[in-house]
Design a protein around this ligand. Structure first.
Ligand code: ZN
Length: 83
């Protein structure tokens, strides 16, 4: 079984940092990597849950990329002032 899994997943890396994490962290990262999350864009498009896929800021769909970009902007603003 284990060998068959390895042949079916040739890009699997035992060096991936995910193997150093606890189960809860591994699960969260796996879900994020596979777009299985609780962000509005996924819930709305996949399950038709909610009224919109827009983020609460109203600027874009609530995707992981949008959240990361927003967090980076927020971090930069807090360090260097709003631009
Ligand atoms: Zn937003």
């Amino acid at each position: 079984m284990k060998e068959r899994w390895k042949t079916r997943h040739p890009h699997h890396s035992t060096q991936d940092g995910i193997h150093q994490m606890e189960r809860k962290g591994q699960t969260s990262l796996f879900r994020l990597r596979n777009d299985q999350n609780r962000l509005k864009a996924h819930l709305y498009k996949t399950y038709n849950i909610g009224h919109t896929d827009l983020c609460s800021c109203g600027e874009a769909a609530e995707t992981l990329e949008h959240k990361e970009t927003a967090r980076i902007k927020e971090c930069l603003n807090s360090r260097f002032g709003a631009s």
